[in-house]
Design a protein around this ligand. Structure first.
Ligand SMILES: Cc1cc2nc3c(=O)[nH]c(=O)nc-3n(C[C@H](O)[C@H](O)[C@H](O)COP(=O)(O)O)c2cc1C
Length: 361
């Protein structure tokens, strides 16, 4: 197998990666009181030493009172947390990697199993379950908090920044009609209208970081409440969703799917990242069961996954369907996964074992 195209460098504004592999953002909840410590820094450094091109941090929450539902999820605000992230970043840079924080607001979420609750109730577009409807002032402050976090990431020397717009969290809650019932500016009958909240966040970030800092957004059709959901049912709906985000300043669409090899819409072989690239002309990241036989939902059933061939990934990369490839569980289990591929040690790729979740390997 010729994997050369996976090992070509990639340049886009402030991002200069040595190859096309990206560590997918993965929450580890190992940052007591929101502060990533030396064990977290070592965990990310090992992936950079293992030759990952771009590391996207686990979701790290912005400065809103109920942006996290877990006290061990890292913050991206406050002196102690940012000092912790600076150490993480310095370690990754030392080892030749590049890094982005994934800026996250969980929106209305289930209470954490431990019983821990943020000081104030969860917030989202509409008052649903244990959450309350955000006021205009809440929305304005949230947009500002995303902007401040992005500016901090640039000042600290991160190579780019990612906004978490996927998987049913705050931004995604605005996209969907069953979680966004608003009849004001922030709601709407169609997806284009409900994209306004994300658009305003992206515009504010762009205003803060300038034109040359690479800006990514993660989007998904699936969400935790329904693994088979489809927000955009046709390429035309996808266009109404993605185009305003591209116009607002997104450089890279990170298209989260469960299986990267699945066509997104009938009548074409293109996956979600392929469609996003075709529709917007922007760079894209594909993700979903790269190097693994089973998808992310198997993790929630407590299952391991055997390794799978990279032939189809190589075929699609060679076709230029997307620009970058994010890898989640394979890299969580094995920091040397990318290096092994470069050295053609395919028989050493061992797949994913649940045990990797229990510590920062
Ligand atoms: C333990 C774990 C935590 C995750 N946390 C996040 C997260 O914080 N943000 C995010 O966008 N995706 C998160 N994901 C999804 C992954 O980034 C990725 O999209 C998914 O695992 C599919 O890739 P894979 O099949 O290579 O594992 C998480 C996945 C796992 C396994």
């Amino acid at each position: 197998m010729n994997t050369d195209n996976l090992f070509k460098p990639f340049y886009l504004k402030s991002l200069h990666t040595r190859n096309r592999f990206v560590m997918s953002p993965m929450t580890r909840a190992c940052a007591p009181n929101g502060v990533p410590a030396d064990d977290v820094a070592l965990y990310y450094r090992k992936r950079a030493e293992g030759e990952v091109g771009l590391i996207i941090s686990e979701g790290t929450v912005i400065d809103r009172p109920s942006s996290a539902n877990d006290p061990n999820v890292p913050h991206f605000f406050g002196q102690a947390a940012l000092a912790g992230w600076q150490k993480v970043l310095d370690g990754v840079h030392d080892a030749g990697g590049q890094m982005a924080p994934q800026l996250w607001h969980g929106g209305i979420q289930e209470n954490h199993a431990s019983g821990w609750l943020p000081g104030t109730s969860f917030e989202g577009p509409s008052g649903i379950g244990n959450g309350r409807r955000m006021s205009d002032a809440d929305i304005a402050d949230t947009i500002g908090a995303f902007g401040r976090a992005a500016l901090d990431s640039k000042r600290m020397g991160f190579n780019c920044v990612e906004v978490q717009g996927a998987h049913g969290y705050l931004i995604d809650q605005f996209f969907w009609p069953d979680t966004n019932w608003r009849e004001d500016l922030w709601g709407g009958k169609n997806l284009a209208e409900r994209t306004r909240f994300a658009v305003e966040i992206i515009k504010e970030i762009r205003r803060q970081v300038g034109e040359q800092f690479t800006l990514m957004i993660r989007l998904s059709q699936w969400r935790f409440s329904d693994y088979n959901s489809q927000l955009a049912k046709t390429p035309k709906e996808a266009e109404a969703w993605l185009t305003p985000l591209a116009d607002a300043g997104i450089d890279i669409f990170h298209c989260s799917t469960r299986y990267f090899w699945k066509p997104e819409f009938a009548g074409s072989d293109l996956n979600f990242a392929g469609w996003a690239k075709k529709i917007t002309g922007k760079a894209t990241i594909t993700v979903g069961s790269v190097g693994l036989q089973k998808d992310i939902t198997s993790l929630y059933r407590g299952e391991n996954s055997a390794a799978a061939s990279l032939d189809e990934l190589v075929r699609r990369m060679d076709n230029n369907e997307f620009d970058l490839v994010a890898v989640g569980r394979s890299l969580l289990a094995d920091p040397h996964w990318v290096q092994k591929i470069r050295e053609n040690r395919m028989e050493e790729l061992l797949g994913f074992n649940q045990e990797a979740l229990y510590s920062l390997v």
